[in-house]
Design a protein around this ligand. Structure first.
Ligand SMILES: NC(=O)c1ccc[n+]([C@@H]2O[C@H](COP(=O)([O-])OP(=O)(O)OC[C@H]3O[C@@H](n4cnc5c(N)ncnc54)[C@H](O)[C@@H]3O)[C@@H](O)[C@H]2O)c1
Length: 256
């Protein structure tokens, strides 16, 4: 099948990495289903790209996701790749964040990934081809102050994706969990608008393209986890073997 007979399904496509992925695949001739709740962002993503079709759908609704998946397959062609990139990142101390925020972060960042994975995996498995990319984060491995809600949602994505990978490791369907450090996208503005962890100023910040490149490399290498950036793999090892070294640095940076 030629590229333009396959489709790519991307959530969070109205901004940041989802937008870059949508435009990249559209440029390669694929039909792209760009899913987001940000209608304006979606229109900007699709501007000048005739083969990007926008879906104003909320990933927290399994019905909305399943409908978008069905429409993509019937109108744009069988889905070849899925990028689960929708997320939010409001930060704050546990006692300061409203309970609704905890529920919303889990619903979008984790349940959204589950909804899309559940809607699309049976189709990929039936054809025995395709790639599912779930966006976790370094925050899925390294907990820090102010990030309880986001950390928990990303730890959940890591665990979910690891199990899914192993359940189908003998198939031709590839499952990747990408775990970037901070990336220069509008998502970081949500931290600026709430609480900006001081350790964010100490680590590396990478570009959206670095993340897409790391995903491609993980697919080539048949790796479950993609760790974009120079320090992220080491960060995960530090967390595993010397968690207090990280915690001491975090406390020192924040001053409490
Ligand atoms: N930017 C970073 O520093 C960073 C680091 C590590 C991991 N990540 C992860 O990478 C992924 C992409 O992040 P980004 O930086 O491109 O973020 P972004 O904020 O630029 O884009 C996220 C998009 O998700 C959309 N979205 C939010 N709620 C939604 C919902 N309910 N349904 C559908 N769409 C919804 C937003 O409208 C937005 O367009 C996310 O999973 C994020 O957690 C980001």
């Amino acid at each position: 099948m030629a590229e333009n007979e396959h489709s790519i399904f991307i959530t969070g496509a109205g901004s940041g990495m989802g937008r870059l992925a949508a435009r990249t695949f559209a440029g390669q001739g694929y039909q792209v289903a760009a899913v987001d709740v940000n209608e304006k962002g979606l229109l900007e993503t699709a501007e000048n790209h005739q083969n990007i079709r926008t879906f104003n759908a909320d990933v927290t609704s399994y019905e909305a996701v399943a409908e978008a998946v069905e429409e993509t397959e019937s109108k744009l062609g069988p889905i070849k790749k899925v990028y689960n990139a929708a997320a939010i990142m409001p930060l704050g101390k546990v006692v300061d964040q409203d309970i609704e925020i905890f529920h919303k972060v889990m619903d979008i960042n984790y349940n959204g990934v589950v909804n899309v994975s559940k809607a699309v995996m049976p189709k990929l498995l039936e054809r025995n081809e395709g790639e599912l990319i779930n966006f976790a984060s370094m925050a899925g491995w390294v907990p820090i102050l102010y990030m309880a809600a986001y950390n928990a949602s990303k730890f959940a994505v890591v665990a979910f994706t690891e199990v899914l990978y192993h359940e189908h490791r003998d198939s031709n369907v590839k499952v990747v969990c990408v775990c970037p450090p901070p990336v220069r996208t509008p998502l970081l503005d949500q931290a600026r608008d709430t609480v900006w962890p001081k350790v964010f100023d100490q680590g590396e910040h990478i570009e959206a393209q670095d993340v897409l490149d790391a995903i491609d490399q993980a697919l080539v290498d048949d790796e479950l986890f993609a760790f974009p950036g120079k320090g992220s793999r080491m960060g995960v090892r530090m967390r595993r073997w010397f968690p207090n070294v990280i915690w001491n640095a975090v406390h020192k940076a924040e001053g409490f």
